[in-house]
Design a protein around this ligand. Structure first.
Ligand code: ARG
Length: 567
């Protein structure tokens, strides 16, 4: 809101000078260093320089002009070359609060993305292998970005580009044939398949022939041999269930599960085109595309004719462009794959598709650390990600038992709190940063945590429970008080914040904002008794609290976190 007034001031003053002196003067509108000087300050040096008139004359003229602009300015004065002003926070604040209350969950929506399509490729686990912590990060960041982009009006397509193709499937088949028992597997597929996958990898260490058998088995899948294809299908289905347990917990969903296998028959045209364009080169029997800017050549076909990860990604780009006509394609993938995406963009550019290449964004993220080292989850072995989430849920439940032992649906709430804790902990810092995974820390109800935000929302819900109030009948003078105005200002910044998060592909922008909002509300709560006798004051307090709750709930939703009425 203040930002808007500043912008209006700048535009109007510039237009004023243009009109009166036919001069284009760039005006700067700032926030004064000291609060007691005002809310807005304008240095007049530029105007003095451009118009070559004495400073007092310029300042006096500008003050008169500003008074005529019809902006909510309460007082205006000058200190040397600076014009300082206080804005009238009363009616302005009321308008903001009423907007939040009436728009409710639609508050903060924008239309910057209207009519534009964005494709998001996220989660994308390598099924039959373990669902790694990296895949969890991708899932949470991608899901939040999707919601943030939708809030800005974009049309989104969420793709889970499953790693459902490759030698790991050959390995599973070898393991099933050697040690498996179909009936046993069918009873408990997820665990039985995990066990077999761990076993085959262990055995391979002593018996390298397993690797050859696995490649041969995978080759049979590629060649479309029916028995093997149907085994692949079955393993794919069953392995996917492990990921789906996690998606269910986190409430994440996708528009497409077209993974690498889907592109098996779509690579030839791309390879042909590369060949026709003369950019495919033979290098020690393999086919490569050489790239500029010190980027190593992209390997498109192995010497045995096998295709690669990048070959499938190229086919996928063309398919998605045709299918979804995207303006941008986001790949939420760890920083380790930086080179892969540089190569993907490089090959597209070299093919002459510069614009397409530029529309691809590698939305990278950092590592999850445990005691300072890269955290790993080994399927069937030690820790599974699902179990880690369960641990967070247990920890949330223990706290709920302590705080609110008689609550009805404790398990459901514990699930929302535990998952919210993990998600918030992941999203609160800029995604490219590494972070340490500490369940006890992230599930705390105080501090910079998801549960703290949920708890703040719950506190407001209980204040407002069974209360009615008339938001038109408020005491606008209260908005001049700093702790009221601070909240109003934050509420007014919600849309801008979401837009910034969308532009930077950074859910952390929303996460950090919510922490400030909650902190500001809790300060307000410590200073004001909310449910007071005086009707106008009470209405104002309720209206402010309700607006905070609206923004808090909606902000949490954008991060992929459930808000609650009690906990
Ligand atoms: N399955 C890959 C992995 O786990 C991630 C896929 C990312 N998306 C893509 N289009 N390359 O490493």
């Amino acid at each position: 809101m203040i930002e808007q007034i500043k912008l209006d001031l700048k535009n109007k003053l510039e237009a004023f000078y243009k009109d009166k002196y036919s001069q284009d003067i760039q005006m700067v509108v700032e926030t004064p260093k000291k609060v007691e000087m005002g809310d807005i300050s304008i240095p007049m040096f530029m105007a003095v320089k451009a118009l070559r008139k004495p400073m007092p004359e310029i300042v006096a003229e500008a003050i008169e002009a500003i008074k005529g602009f019809n902006l909510p300015i309460k007082s205006i004065s000058n200190a040397g070359a600076f014009i300082n002003m206080f804005i009238d926070k009363t009616e302005l604040s009321k308008e903001i609060i009423i907007e939040a209350l009436t728009k409710d969950e639609k508050y903060g929506e924008s239309n910057i993305g209207l009519g534009k399509n964005i494709v998001l490729d996220y989660s994308s686990p390598n099924i039959a292998k373990s669902f790694s912590v990296g895949h969890l990060r991708s899932t949470m960041i991608g899901n939040s970005l999707k919601l943030i982009l939708q809030k800005c009006g974009y049309n989104t397509t969420a793709i889970n580009y499953l790693g459902d193709w490759g030698t790991q499937f050959g390995k599973m088949i070898v393991a099933i044939e050697k040690w498996g028992n179909i009936d046993e597997i069918k009873k408990d597929p997820i665990n039985e398949l995990s066990r077999l996958y761990v076993k085959v990898n262990d055995e391979e260490k002593n018996d390298p022939s397993i690797g050859d058998l696995a490649r041969a088995a995978f080759r049979k899948i590629e060649m479309g041999e029916e028995k093997y294809v149907s085994m692949w299908k079955w393993i794919r289905e069953e392995s996917l269930k492990e990921s789906e347990q996690i998606y269910d917990l986190l409430d994440v969903n996708f528009d497409s599960y077209n993974g690498e296998a889907f592109y098996n028959d779509k690579m030839d045209p791309v390879v042909d085109e590369l060949e026709k364009k003369g950019i495919l080169e033979l290098d020690q029997g393999a086919m490569v595309v050489k790239l500029e800017d010190d980027i190593p050549p992209a390997l498109i076909k192995r010497s045995d004719g096998g295709t690669l990860y990048i070959t499938r990604d190229l086919a996928a780009v063309f398919y998605r462009k045709k299918e979804y006509n995207f303006e941008k394609a986001l790949y939420v993938v760890g920083g380790e794959q930086k080179l892969h995406f540089l190569q993907l963009k490089g090959v597209l550019a070299k093919m002459g598709y510069q614009e397409l290449s530029d529309s691809i964004y590698h939305v990278n993220f950092g590592l999850v650390l445990k005691d300072g080292k890269k955290m790993s989850t080994r399927k069937g072995n030690v820790v599974k990600l699902y179990d880690i989430l369960m641990q967070a849920i247990q920890s949330a439940k223990a706290q709920i038992e302590e705080k609110n032992p008689n609550m009805a649906n404790k398990d459901e709430i514990a699930t929302k709190v535990g998952c919210g804790a993990v998600v918030f902990n992941d999203l609160k810092n800029f995604r490219a940063l590494d972070y340490e995974f500490d369940i006890n820390q992230m599930v705390k109800f105080e501090g910079q945590t998801g549960p703290y935000l949920q708890y703040t929302g719950v506190r407001i819900a209980s204040i407002l429970k069974d209360k009615t109030f008339d938001y038109n009948n408020v005491d606008v003078t209260l908005f001049e008080k700093p702790h009221y105005f601070e909240l109003v200002k934050l509420i007014s910044q919600f849309r801008m914040t979401v837009e910034k998060a969308a532009a930077e592909f950074a859910p952390s922008v929303v996460a950090k904002y919510l922490l400030s909002l909650a902190a500001s509300f809790n300060k307000f709560y410590s200073l004001e008794k909310i449910n007071v006798e005086d009707e106008k004051t009470r209405n104002t307090n309720f209206a402010v609290a309700k607006s905070v709750r609206i923004v808090l709930n909606e902000g949490l939703r954008l991060l992929g976190i459930h808000y609650l009425d009690e906990m």
